[in-house]
Design a protein around this ligand. Structure first.
Ligand code: HEM
Length: 519
């Protein structure tokens, strides 16, 4: 039964049942289907009905109206499906917890570990993995002329190994072994496939996924080798902490990784502080696991997008190479792996534009970031011109799919928005981000104020109090490894673009990025 105002347009079936969105995700291309729907109704409505009580929104000004901190819209039941059952109870990670109070307590405990100020300390851990990555690619592939590497797969190995290093000072061994160690990636992907689908009809999860009989007898058990690995490393670290040796103890807690920071947080919390969640061993494990779950596939997918776009847009690649060559020759950046500070300098302006454009066109998480209207008074949404208002009743699931918003010309191609046929908003064009201080010209005539506003509207890392805690780390990692690969292998070439396949499992994942590093 739908309570939504009937003037919200959408597919006919979506008026009556969530099966519509279920099958859309089942076809694994919901981002394109939703984008087409929004394009179809644009001008008439910024809101599109995806289910009897589910609304997708796209247009200027809606991020604030839905995700602003004072809006108090908790995450929808989509996220509850991601919670694992441990000893008969739901164990939610930071991403999946839906109770806002529980979330606030967890976040207070660990937010410091993700602060911008920690970046410099994390940097050497990213660097060490990047050097191993470059060496292995050189030795295994680039040293032999014409040798083909599945770069997409190797970028995934890299992203997982960096997260292992950052989280517990231990690479998981993907790069060195060149395989999916213990099927860790496979099992995480199986989780995404299942939950992205079941999350479209969350009640199904209670009947199927979280039903103990079903779990025991029918559902293929998704083993979690990464959890075992994390548990083993956690035990080692805790033993080190317990050992009588002062030096050993200090070493355990002063490592520059997340685990040490979580342990420090544990020490800082006083037993009586009710504003902060108690740091139990299972929470520690969940935080470690959560990091790898949240920060490995997302980065891998984004890096694959960056290289796919660069390799299919020779002009952009040439501009990037020129910028890096000039900066390298004048000694303004470290080669092949620039420092975080260098990535923020004017010598790498275009490099930043490339990454920004890739996260715009390819947000790693490309489903609606769902929130639930819980206020009995409902949620009013105002049209961009302020002339129209629509009231979404309590119980509505509402949100924005970054993939759709990022293809809205009113938001990301403002100069050409009046006539959408002239807009290139769906094309890869890093120069749309170039500021007036750059020696290169902004391709879309965007002013600095317009660029700033576009920057604000990037939703790849979500917005508001549930936005990505790892954003700074992710940006640092990507802004270092992208130029590193381009400087180390400037002649890289895509072998067969037709092998590129995309599958939306919430992570917008791709396969088939075959590349010759030394053609
Ligand atoms: C390109 C890389 C990444 C992207 C695109 C990304 C995107 C996101 C998004 C969209 C959310 C919010 C999900 C939602 O509201 O539905 C999120 C949350 C989160 N991410 Fe990331 N992420 C990335 C990398 C990372 C990394 C490297 C880490 C860890 C170091 C991380 C840790 C987290 C955590 C802990 C949350 C939960 C925040 C909370 O609810 O308080 N992410 N991420």
């Amino acid at each position: 039964y739908s309570l939504l105002p009937s003037r919200i347009p959408g597919p006919f079936l979506a008026k009556f049942t969530d099966f519509h969105r279920f099958f859309s995700v089942y076809r694994r291309s919901p981002q394109n289907e939703q984008n087409d729907l929004h394009k179809q109704y644009r001008g008439r409505s910024d809101l599109v009905r995806l289910g009897p009580n589910t609304v997708s929104v796209s247009g200027p000004g809606y991020i604030q109206q839905i995700y602003a901190i004072d809006k108090k819209l908790p995450k929808s039941d989509f996220y509850a499906t991601f919670q694992n059952i441990v000893n008969g109870r739901r164990a939610a990670s930071l991403v999946a917890v839906t109770d806002e109070q529980v979330h606030a307590k967890m976040k207070r405990l660990v937010a410091n570990a993700y602060a911008l100020s920690t970046l410099v300390e994390f940097e050497p851990l990213v660097d060490s993995t990047t050097h191993v990555f470059l060496d292995v690619l050189q030795e295994r592939f680039a040293s032999k002329k014409g040798q083909v590497v599945d770069l997409g797969e190797y970028l995934q190995f890299y992203a997982f190994d960096v997260m292992g290093e950052l989280t517990m000072s231990r690479r998981l061994g993907f790069i060195e072994q060149g395989v999916d160690v213990n099927n860790i990636m496979k099992s995480i992907n199986a989780n995404f496939e299942w939950f992205s689908l079941i999350g479209q009809m969350p009640w199904l999860d209670n009947v199927l996924g979280k039903n103990p009989i079903y779990v025991k007898y029918f559902r293929k058990q998704v083993s979690s080798p990464i959890l075992q690995f994390a548990q083993q490393l956690l035990q080692e670290r805790l033993q080190q902490l317990d050992s009588g040796e002062k030096k050993e103890k200090e070493n355990a807690i002063n490592k520059p990784d997340f685990l040490a920071r979580f342990l420090q947080a544990k020490n800082q919390v006083s037993g009586s502080d009710e504003e902060v969640a108690p740091m139990t061993d299972s929470l520690l494990l969940s935080l470690m696991f959560g990091n790898i779950n949240a920060g490995a596939d997302t980065i891998a997918t984004t890096l694959r997008a960056v290289f796919y776009y660069l390799l299919t847009h020779p002009e952009a690649m040439a501009t990037l190479k020129q910028e890096l060559k000039t900066a390298q020759e004048s000694g303004d950046i470290t080669s092949p792996c620039p420092t975080w500070q260098e990535t923020q300098s004017e010598h790498m302006t275009y490099t930043r534009c490339v990454v920004k454009e890739a996260i715009r066109l390819w947000p790693a998480l490309s489903l609606v970031l769902e929130r639930k209207v819980v206020d009995p008074a409902g949620l009013p949404l105002h049209s961009p011109d302020g002339e129209d208002k629509i009231l979404l009743p309590r119980g509505t699931t509402v949100g924005i799919n970054p993939y759709v918003l990022h293809r809205d010309p009113r938001v990301f191609d403002p100069v050409f928005a009046a006539d959408p046929s002239t807009s290139n908003v769906e094309s890869f064009d890093p120069a749309r981000w170039l500021p007036s201080t750059s020696t290169l010209k902004n391709s879309r005539g965007n002013t600095d104020a317009q660029i700033k506003s576009m920057d604000h509207d990037i939703l790849t890392f979500s917005a508001g109090k549930r936005s990505c805690l790892g954003k700074n780390i992710a940006m640092m990692e990507m802004l270092k490894v992208v130029p590193a690969l381009v400087m180390k292998f400037p002649d890289m070439q895509l072998v067969d673009a037709s092998r590129w396949k995309v599958k939306n499992v919430w992570v917008l994942a791709q396969t088939g990025l075959d590349v010759k590093l030394n053609p």
